[in-house]
Write a new protein. Structure first.
Length: 367
């Protein structure tokens, strides 16, 4: 039997979960199943050029329970740029976390206040991105060499807002070869008030590898992440890196508190349609079919087109919806060739979907 907490609650104080529907209220008692209602049990990773508001809105038609993250937004972009362009999102995206990139405690505090004011459910500090642009700004993965600075950044953000402040990081960088260095980083940052650590189970090699290569070449070391949970049992430890199936998610969830997937849901979005039932025991799946998913997106697409967006701004995130399915290649090709055109509208998406109509029994899968 899974652990359950019973406690006094009201409809107003369940916001801590970041998603009120995760809790069932019976009179004045809150009944919560910890194994399935942990807010960080399943999440999608922040990915530059991928996880924009259109992507997150699309994913929300597939899963109601997954926690979604923005692309990284730098403190400079928020403090000196167009705040609305960077922070606006759709109400349907909740629970949604804002990932920040920066290394100044005061700047991060100011941006955390902005994130909370705009309605985000969490502020996440990027300590894992290895790109040259991030290194030049002295943040991202290079912050793993400065755990005391990260501690101070977290403490400042915690003081500035009332929503969770979390940290996403690697298991180490460059010269860091010992598990004890990872323990020192997590232990030091936790003293600043961080209670949730999202750990990409690879080192980041800051010299000699591109960001893409840093996602693939450094070997995965899941055991170190498992050991973190053993050594810091009161912290929430989320594992990330190389996870691409729900079976793999379940296996990791026997050892840690949560899983985060990056490339897998982007390349095969339909994977997300299995998350609510498969990992949360929820029977209210967001979409019953790929066709229903597209139909659910039509009002949003119509709205965005009316505001001047191009069809491909949204549909580029939907290219993998029919991966491995009959007509999948034609679906992708049609959207890739047509959706960027000024005159393309929702009919273009419906035309692409038509390529995936049920084939004759003798037809071969062509996705």
């Amino acid at each position: 039997m899974r652990p359950v907490i019973l406690g006094l609650a009201s409809a107003d104080n369940v916001a801590w979960w970041g998603y009120p529907s995760l809790c069932n209220l019976y009179g004045s008692y809150l009944v919560t199943d910890l194994s399935t209602h942990n807010p960080w049990r399943f999440s999608t990773a922040p990915c530059m050029d991928w996880t924009d508001r259109h992507c997150r809105r699309f994913w929300r038609t597939l899963t109601r329970r997954a926690r979604v993250y923005t692309e990284m937004v730098t403190t400079g972009a928020l403090l000196h740029g167009d705040v609305e362009r960077h922070l606006r999102f759709n109400d349907e995206e909740h629970p949604v976390a804002l990932q920040l990139g920066g290394a100044s405690p005061s700047d991060l505090a100011a941006c955390a206040r902005l994130g909370e004011a705009w309605g985000y459910d969490e502020i996440n500090l990027n300590c894992g991105c290895p790109s040259d642009r991030v290194q030049n700004g002295r943040f991202g993965a290079c912050l793993m060499a400065e755990p005391k600075l990260v501690r101070d950044c977290v403490a400042s953000m915690r003081d500035a807002c009332d929503i969770p402040v979390t940290v996403k990081h690697r298991i180490g960088i460059d010269h860091q070869e010992c598990y004890s260095e990872l323990v020192d980083f997590v232990g030091t940052v936790a003293k600043g008030g961080a209670e949730v650590f999202i750990v990409h189970a690879r080192k980041a090699w800051l010299q000699g590898l591109s960001p893409k290569e840093n996602r693939e070449i450094p070997p995965l070391n899941y055991e170190w992440v498992y050991r973190l949970k053993q050594d810091f049992p009161k912290l929430t430890i989320v594992i990330n890196g190389g996870i691409d199936t729900l079976d793999a998610c379940r296996s990791h969830l026997d050892r840690v508190d949560g899983v985060m997937l990056g490339r897998a849901p982007y390349q095969n979005p339909w994977l997300l349609s299995e998350v609510d039932a498969g990992l949360f025991d929820a029977n209210n799946s967001a979409s019953a079919s790929r066709e229903a998913t597209i139909e659910a997106m039509l009002p949003y697409l119509t709205e965005q087109l009316s505001k001047g967006a191009r069809l491909h701004h949204v549909t580029r995130h939907m290219l993998g919806l029919y991966q491995g399915q009959y007509g999948g290649r034609q679906y992708r090709r049609h959207l890739s060739e047509q959706a960027h055109k000024t005159e393309s509208g929702v009919d273009t998406l419906l035309e692409a979907m038509a390529f995936c109509s049920a084939p004759p029994e003798s037809a071969m899968v062509s996705g």
